[in-house]
Design a protein around this ligand. Structure first.
Ligand code: PFF
Length: 511
C-alpha cells in the first residue's frame, strides 16, 4: 500500500450548537420502527418480563460500552466512519465503508416502509383500509405478487410516498448538524408524546390487563436458554444504531470538550425506555383485540409489518371513539419515529463521501439521496415486499454482526481499547475502568462470533423464509457480498489530493 493518504479532510464540518442537539439526534437515530415492531415481540417471545434481565445485561455489557467506543472514535478523529477508521489504522478504512454501506442498504428500504406509512396516513381519517386491513395491505396497497420471481411494475402510490420521504430526508439534513439539530427538537419529543397518548388509550381499553400480562409475565426458565441472551444482544445492537457509522459520524460533530460517557448512558437508557413504553402500548392494545375477537393474545400477535399495517389498523377500526384521529396519530408517530433513523443513516453516507472526495456537501447529499431512492424503487414494485424481507434479514444478520465484530477487533485490539478509554474519560464525569477494555476486546466479540456462527448454520441448513435459492443468493448473499466488495473498492479510491493529510484530533479540551 502506498504511503499516500487516501482520505483527506474537507474543511471544518458544522458542529452541534447545543449538547442537547447531539443527544436528541442520537436518540432519534436509535429510537425508530424497531422499538415499536421489534422490541415488544422479541420480549414476548423470549420470556416476557424475564427478558428484561438479559436485555438490561446486554445494554450494560455491550450497548452502552459500544456507544462509548463509537462516540470516542468519532469525536477523537472528528470524521465520518471511513476516515475515522483510516486515522485509527490506515488499512482498516474498509470497516468504516462496510458500516456505511450496510446503513445505506437499510435506508433504501427503511424509506419504503415510511412510504407505506404515508399511504396509511392518507387513509387514516376515513379508515380507508376497510374491514380487512390485512387484505388492504397486501392486495390494495402493495399489489403483492406471488413471489420474488414476479417483480411486476412500479407501484405508483408507493413511489410517490418514497419520493416524499426522500425530499423530507434531504431537507432535514441539508445543512448537516445545523439543520438536524433543529429538526430533532420536533421529531424526537413528538413521537414520544404520541406514543404516550396511545399508551393511555391502549391502557384504558377492555382487555388491556390480559395483554400486559402476556407481555410481562416472566417465564424464568427462558433465562437458561442461550438463544434468549443472544436475542437480547441482537435487539440492543439494532436498536442502538450500533455498527452503522451513525454514532461515529454524529459524535464527530461534538465540540472538543464533551462528556462522552454520560451522553452514552442517557442515549442508551432513553432508547430502552422508549422500547418499554412501546411494549406496554402494543400489548395493552393487543389485549383489547384478543377480547373482541375471542382469540388469545398470542393468536393476534405479529411482529414486523404485519403488526403495524394489519393488526393495528384492525384495532383502530374497533376503537369506541375517534378511530380516525387515533389512526392519524399512530401513523404520524411512525413517520416521526422513522425519519430521524432514516436521515441518520444518510448523514453517515454523505459525510463519508464528503470526507473522501473533499467535495461540497450539497451535491454529495443529493447524489446519495437520488441513488438510495433509485435503489429503493426495487422495493416499491409488486414483488418489493419479498425482496425487502430477504435483504433485511441478510443485511441485518451478516452485515451488522460482521461490522460490529471488525469494529471491536480494529479498535479494541489494533488501535487499542485503552487509548480510547482514556480519551473517553478525559472530559467525562463518570470514568470507565479497565473492565470496559475487557468488554470491547473479548466479551462483545465473543457474543458476536457465537451469534454469527449460529445464524450461519441456521441460514445454510434451512433456507430463510422458504424462498427459492436463487432469490436468497441474489438478495441475501449477493447483497452482503456486494457490500464487502464495495467496502474494499471504496477504500482504494483516491481521496482528494489537494488537501492536507488527515491527522487525528489529539486533544480533548479546548478548540
Ligand atoms: N435504531 C433504529 C430502530 O430501532 O428502528 C434503526 C436504525 C437506525 C438502525 C439507524 C441503524 C441505524 F443506523
Amino acid at each position: 500500500m502506498s504511503d499516500e493518504p487516501k482520505l483527506l479532510e474537507s474543511g471544518p464540518p458544522a458542529k452541534w450548537n447545543r449538547r442537547s442537539a447531539f443527544i436528541l439526534a442520537a436518540i432519534g437515530s436509535a429510537v425508530g420502527l424497531g422499538n415499536v415492531w421489534r422490541f415488544p415481540f422479541v420480549c414476548y417471545e423470549n420470556g416476557g418480563g424475564a427478558f428484561l434481565i438479559p436485555y438490561l445485561f446486554a445494554i450494560i455489557t455491550a450497548g452502552i460500552p459500544l456507544l462509548i467506543l463509537e462516540f470516542s472514535l468519532g469525536h477523537k478523529m472528528a470524521s465520518g466512519a471511513p476516515l475515522s477508521f483510516f486515522k485509527a489504522r490506515r488499512n482498516s478504512e474498509w470497516v468504516g465503508w462496510l458500516m456505511v454501506l450496510v446503513g445505506f442498504v437499510i435506508t433504501a428500504y427503511y424509506a419504503v416502509i415510511m412510504s407505506w406509512c404515508f399511504n396509511y396516513l392518507f387513509q387514516s381519517f376515513s379508515l380507508g383500509w376497510g374491514d380487512d386491513p390485512g387484505g388492504f395491505f397486501t392486495d390494495k396497497l402493495l399489489h403483492l405478487s406471488s413471489g420474488p420471481g414476479e417483480l411486476g411494475g412500479l407501484n405508483w402510490p408507493l413511489v410517490a410516498g418514497l419520493a416524499l420521504t426522500w425530499i423530507w430526508i434531504y431537507f432535514c439534513i441539508r445543512k448537516g448538524a445545523k439543520s438536524v439539530g433543529k429538526v430533532v427538537l420536533v421529531t424526537v419529543p413528538l413521537p414520544w408524546l404520541l406514543l404516550l397518548i396511545l399508551a393511555i388509550r391502549g391502557g384504558t381499553l377492555e382487555g388491556a390487563g390480559a395483554g400486559l400480562n402476556y407481555f410481562l409475565n416472566p417465564d424464568w426458565s427462558k433465562l437458561l436458554d442461550p438463544g434468549v441472551w443472544l436475542a437480547a444482544y441482537g435487539q440492543v445492537f439494532f436498536s442502538f444504531s450500533l455498527a452503522f457509522g451513525v454514532m461515529i459520524t454524529y459524535a464527530s460533530f461534538l465540540p472538543r470538550k464533551s462528556d462522552i460517557n454520560n451522553n452514552a448512558v442517557i442515549i442508551g437508557l432513553s432508547d430502552a425506555a422508549t422500547s418499554f413504553l412501546a411494549g406496554l402500548t402494543v400489548f395493552s392494545t393487543l389485549g383489547f383485540l384478543a377480547v373482541g375477537s375471542h382469540h388469545t393474545v398470542a393468536g393476534v400477535m405479529e411482529s414486523g409489518p404485519g403488526l403495524v399495517f394489519a393488526v393495528y389498523p384492525t384495532i383502530l377500526n374497533q376503537l369506541p371513539f375517534w378511530p380516525g384521529f387515533f389512526a392519524a396519530i399512530f401513523f404520524i408517530m411512525l413517520l416521526t419515529l422513522g425519519i430521524d433513523s432514516a436521515f441518520s443513516l444518510v448523514e453517515a453516507s454523505a459525510e463519508a463521501w464528503v470526507n473522501k472526495l473533499g467535495l461540497k456537501r450539497k451535491p454529495v447529499l443529493i447524489t446519495v439521496c437520488v441513488i438510495a431512492f433509485a435503489f429503493g424503487l426495487l422495493f416499491a414494485t409488486d414483488g418489493g415486499l419479498w425482496w425487502l424481507d430477504i435483504v433485511d434479514n441478510f443485511i441485518n444478520k451478516f452485515g451488522l454482526i460482521l461490522g460490529g465484530l471488525f469494529e471491536c477487533i480494529v479498535l479494541g485490539w489494533l488501535y487499542g481499547a485503552r487509548k480510547l478509554r482514556e480519551y473517553a474519560n478525559r472530559d467525562s464525569e463518570i470514568k470507565i475502568g479497565r473492565w470496559w477494555d475487557f468488554l470491547v476486546k473479548y466479551f462483545t466479540p465473543a457474543i458476536l462470533v457465537v451469534t454469527f456462527g449460529m445464524d450461519l448454520v441456521k441460514t445454510v441448513t434451512e433456507p430463510y423464509g422458504g424462498y427459492p435459492d436463487w432469490a436468497l443468493f441474489a438478495g441475501g448473499w449477493g447483497v452482503v457480498a456486494a457490500v464487502f466488495v464495495l467496502s474494499f473498492v471504496f477504500m482504494r479510491i483516491h481521496a482528494n489530493k489537494n488537501r492536507a493529510p488527515a491527522g487525528e484530533q489529539g486533544g480533548g479540551t479546548g478548540e
